[in-house]
Design a protein around this ligand. Structure first.
Ligand SMILES: NC(=O)c1ccc[n+]([C@@H]2O[C@H](COP(=O)([O-])OP(=O)(O)OC[C@H]3O[C@@H](n4cnc5c(N)ncnc54)[C@H](O)[C@@H]3O)[C@@H](O)[C@H]2O)c1
Length: 286
C-alpha cells in the first residue's frame, strides 16, 4: 500500500537533503510543504519538486516529517498535529522537541524520532572512495552511515514503519540502533553538541595559534591530523598500543589545566541537559 507522506520544511537544510532520497520512491507519495518562497524556489531548482505553503496535505497523510527548526516545533506542531488523521505518524529529526515536551501530543498518533549518526571518522572498509571520504553529513549516496531511532509513542510495529522510512530518508543506512528518547538526548545535545563540538573547536583554535606563532599551516595540519589518528587509535582502543611515557605525562598534566573539575557531570547532569533542551526548543527570551 502506498503511504502518503508530508515533508514539512522541505526547502530547509534537512528537507533539501531528504528530498532527493524519497522523491522517486514508488511506495510513498510525497507532498512538500514549505512556507518560505525562497526555500520553495531553491527546492524546485535543485530537486525539481513543487511545494505548497499550505498544510492541506497533512489531513490525509500517513506520515508527517517535521523538518522545521526546533524553536518553531511548539507552534508548528500545535497547528499541524490536530489536523492529522488517527493512526498517522509524526517523525521528528531531533529528540529535543520530544524530550522537552514541546511537540504537540495526541494519544491516537504515533511518534517516531530519528537522528543520523553521520559517516564514521574511521569507516574501516577496504577501497573506500574519495567521494565517501568527503561525505561529511551522509545521506548523499556516497558513504554509508548508521542512525539512532526511538519510538516516543507507539508499538514495535510502528517502530518498524518509522525505521523503514528513516532508512530511505538517510540512505544508504548501515545499522539502525533502537534507543529511547532519554538516551538520544544524552547523545545530542549533551555528547556531540555540548562536549565533542567544543573540544574539536578547541583543537582548531590551537592549530590557528600555532600558525599565528609562525609554524607553516601545511606543516601544522599534517602534524595534527596524523597525531589525531594515533590519539583516537590509542584512546578509543583501536590501536592496541599505548602512548609513550612522555606523552602520557604531558596529557595528565594538561588535563587539569584545560578541564574544570566536574566538567563532564556539569554537562551530563539532568538539569543541564534539560536547560540545553529548553534553549534549543524555545525562542530566545521566551
Ligand atoms: N541541520 C542539521 O544539520 C540537522 C541535523 C540533524 C537533525 N536536524 C533537525 O532537523 C530539523 C530541521 O532542521 P534544519 O536545520 O533543516 O532547519 P532549517 O532552518 O534549515 O529549515 C527549516 C525549514 O522549515 C521551513 N518552515 C518553517 N516553518 C514552517 C511551516 N510551518 N511549514 C512548513 N515549513 C516551515 C523554513 O522555511 C525552512 O525552510 C530540526 O529538528 C533539526 O534539529 C538538523
Amino acid at each position: 500500500m502506498v503511504q502518503k507522506v508530508v515533508l514539512l520544511g522541505a526547502g530547509g537544510k534537512m528537507g533539501m537533503r531528504i528530498t532527493p532520497n524519497i522523491k522517486d520512491e514508488p511506495s510513498y507519495e510525497i507532498s512538500y510543504v514549505e512556507i518560505s518562497e525562497k526555500a520553495a524556489q531553491a527546492l524546485k531548482e535543485k530537486h525539481g519538486v513543487t511545494s505548497s505553503p499550505g498544510s492541506e496535505p497533512v489531513k490525509s497523510a500517513d506520515i508527517v516529517v517535521f523538518a522545521v527548526p526546533d524553536k518553531l516545533i511548539k507552534n508548528v506542531s500545535a497547528d499541524i498535529v490536530p489536523q492529522m488523521k488517527t493512526g498517522a505518524m509524526v517523525i521528528g529529526l531531533d529528540p529535543a522537541a520530544h524530550f522537552g515536551e514541546v511537540m504537540f501530543m495526541r494519544e491516537d498518533l504515533k511518534y517516531f524520532v530519528v537522528h543520523p549518526c553521520h559517516p564514521s571518522l574511521f569507516p574501516f572498509e577496504d577501497g573506500i572512495s574519495e567521494a565517501a571520504q568527503r561525505d561529511w553529513f551522509g545521506g548523499t549516496g556516497a558513504a554509508k552511515m548508521d542512525m539512532v531511532c526511538a519510538i516516543h509513542q507507539g508499538s514495535d510495529e510502528d517502530y518498524e514503519r518509522g525505521e523503514a522510512f528513516a532508512r530511505l530518508m538517510f540512505k544508504p543506512i548501515d545499522k539502525a540502533f533502537r534507543i529511547t528518547i532519554d538516551q538520544m538526548i544524552l547523545l545530542e545535545p549533551a555528547l556531540v553538541e555540548s562536549i565533542t563540538a567544543p573540544l574539536v573547536k578547541g583543537m582548531r583554535m590551537a592549530v590557528d595559534a600555532c600558525v599565528e606563532k609562525g609554524v607553516p599551516r601545511d606543516a601544522v595540519m599534517s602534524f595534527v591530523m596524523g597525531h589525531l589518528k594515533v590519539q583516537f587509535g590509542v584512546l578509543f582502543d583501536f590501536a592496541g598500543f599505548p602512548f609513550s611515557d612522555g606523552a602520557n605525562l604531558a596529557l595528565r598534566n594538561a588535563m587539569d589545566v584545560i578541564f574544570k573539575p566536574d566538567w563532564l557531570e556539569n554537562i551530563m547532569n539532568k538539569e543541564a541537559v534539560e536547560k540545553s533542551v529548553h534553549d534549543i526548543t524555545h525562542e530566545l527570551n521566551d
